[in-house]
Each structure stands twice: as C-alpha cells, then as structure tokens.
Design a protein around this ligand. Sequence first.
Ligand SMILES: Nc1ncnc2c1ncn2[C@@H]1O[C@H](COP(=O)(O)OP(=O)(O)O)[C@@H](O)[C@H]1O
Ligand SMILES: [Mg+2]
Length: 398
Amino acid sequence: MPQEYSPFTPGQPVPVEFFVGRSSEVQEIARMVELASTGRFSIGFLTGERGIGKSSLASFVRYFGEREHNVLGVHVFLGGVHELPEMARRAFDRLLKESIDRPWHQKVRSFLGNHVRQVGLFGITVEFAASSQDLQQAVHDFAPSIKRLAETIEENRKGVFLILDDINGLAQSEAFANWLKSLVDEIATSAQPCPFCLLLVGLEERRQTLVQHQPSLARVFRLVEITPWSDGETRQFFEKAFASIHVRMAPGALQTLTTYTGGFPAVAHEIGDAVLRVDTDGYIDARDALQGVVSAADVIGRKHLEPQVYRAIRSERYRAILRKVAREPFGPQFRRAEIMRRLPPAEKRVLDNFLNRMKRLGVVVPDAERGRGAYRFINRLHYLYFWMEAQRTQQSRV
Ligand SMILES: Nc1ncnc2c1ncn2[C@@H]1O[C@H](COP(=O)(O)OP(=O)(O)O)[C@@H](O)[C@H]1O
Ligand SMILES: [Mg+2]
C-alpha cells in the first residue's frame, strides 16, 4: 500500500522514535558524555561493519547526551575527507549550522569570529569559511579551541560532545594518527578541566590502521563495538515500525522478515521499505513478506554490494547452486563439504569455481582455525544477500 509516510529510512541514521536496541552501547557512550559534562576528557572509538548502525547510534547518543547531560553535540560526517584542514573546516561548519536556532547561536558565531559567511539568496544560510592557512592553524590549536568553545557556552551547556563520523578516509593517514596522539597528550598534561568527549566512528580495519601508526592510541580509546541485533530486537523494530503506520502482520510474515534481516539494520530498512511497496491491503501476509525480501535483495545488491560481487552472485552460471543451497540454510561460517552434499555430481565443480571466485572477490575467506574446507563470509551483508538471492532463485523456478 503506498504510504505517505514511511518509518523506513534506508541509508539514513534512524529517527530517535524508531531506534531499537543497543542499550549497553548507549549507556557506555553516555557515561563518557557524562564525564565530559563534569569537566573530564574522554575519547572513544565506535566500530562495526558498514550498515550495522554506527551513525544511528552516535546520533541517538548525541540526542540523549544533549537532553540528559546538557552537552553541546556536534555530529560531523567526514566521508571522502583525507586531510586534517578539511576535517577542521567541516567540524566548525557543522558547529555553526547546528547552532542556528539555539540560544547560544550568537556565542558560537562570535567564537568563530570573522570566518562566518552568509550564503544563499537571502543570506539565511551560514557557512564557516577560512583560508587554508587559518585551517592549518585550527588543526594545530584544536584542543585549546574546544576548551575556549566550552567556556564560551558554559552558561548554556556543560561540555562539548564531538562525533567524527565516517573517518575511514582520514584514518588511513599517519597525519591523523599523529594529530590524535598530540591532542590526547596535550589534554592529558594540562592541569585544567576539559569538558570534551570525542567519539570517532569507523570500520574496525581503520581503527587498526590508526593504531599501527600510533600504537599508544590503542590504550587511549574506549572501544565500543556494534554487533548484529538479536532476533528479538529485529522483531521489535518491525513491530514498532509497522504499528506506527497501522499496518498489521501475520506472525509467519514477521518471522520471515526477521530471518532474512539477519540482525542487520541496513537490511531491515530495505526489507521494510520493499514490503510496504508490495502490500496492497495494510496487512502483511506470508506472500507479501517473501516478495518484499526478494525485491529488497535486488535493491541491496545494487546499492550496497560491489558490482563484481553482485554480478557473480546473480549470474546464470551459479543459479543452480544457489537453488540447491537455498533448501537448508547454513551460517556465515560453513564447510565446503556441507554444501557439496546438496549438489549433484555435475555441479560439484561449479561449486569450487564459485568458491574461488568469491575468495578472489574478498567475499569469503578460508577459515584456517576451523580446519581444511572451512570458510567464512567476511561481511555479513554479503552473507545475507547470498540468502536473499538463493530465495529469489528458488522462487523464480516456480
Ligand atoms: N538502532 C537502530 N534502530 C533502527 N534502525 C537502525 C538502527 N541502527 C541503524 N539503523 C538503520 O540501519 C541503516 C544503517 O544504519 P547506519 O547508522 O547508517 O549504519 P553505519 O553508520 O554503521 O553504516 C540506516 O537505514 C539506519 O536508519
Ligand atoms: Mg555511518
């Protein structure tokens, strides 16, 4: 049924009212924010796979921290940024934009001095503009600047909570690792209070690269890792979302949606969105659910997967395997022999081709610890997509 308002927001941090689960992670980061509100510095690293819900969690804690601990939250997205000056520019620009309509707007503007520029036809939009030399300086003076900002707004807010999200590009550079290290050292050696919480958000591989560049950072970060939702949390998400638009669900349908979501919020939103599109009567039955999953597979494949992986998994060549594999599920860790058993002799060679192809594409890796013939999917999204495609292949035969 076409909905005017959809609770599903694929590709965007989830609105607070549909945020599900993550309570221990929320508490952990909220404690750091609370520390900041008492004048103590803390720094965390929030990690997890793409689409698992890092940005959503960060955005939720920001909302919570502003409300409960009275801090000023700034959430900066640094996708595609590789250089520190650009990082500083985006951080101050966000600070400025997020302060509009807040009581401390003028204070933030005067803190940013003559770098605030009116843009747009009526000068309604503001922008932080600084020369590259000034930006270099801003990078260098980051810690004292944040302290000064905190002092500037201390009548309104008790500290600053800065989220540097999507630092995957930056985290590869040694300059960023060194910058972080000196920031932390500078704050640690200063006797003054520093009401500042810094949360870095990125993939685990990038955290490891950072730590390789600056091993002492490993001890400094409080590490928060997001794992998949439990089935209960996934169900809760769908129940809440569909109830908000008065759509009802057959119990079996809810189970199908939960199974194919595999605890992955990004997949949940794509599936939910697709199910709403196929439903015609405000009641999701088993057929709507399966059709939704199948059409979500298509979207997920095109939107979230590398094109070579997408093409390989969908190719004619491998459909026979998928069809047979789909009969009984296996986990993200599996054994070659387990799948071989399901295939007729003619397709056994194709399976090895398929596995080699998937290995080359970085989808599966041999799992040496579990012995010969053991494999695992590197990325949960690939695994889930694999199952959705298997489902689709099986359906398309009938
Ligand atoms: N706790 C949650 N509750 C509901 N939806 C969520 C939750 N976490 C993430 N999502 C949704 O999942 C998708 C991916 O989340 P996002 O925060 O962008 O992940 P990441 O930053 O790890 O790539 C988005 O559509 C988002 O709305
Ligand atoms: Mg994100």
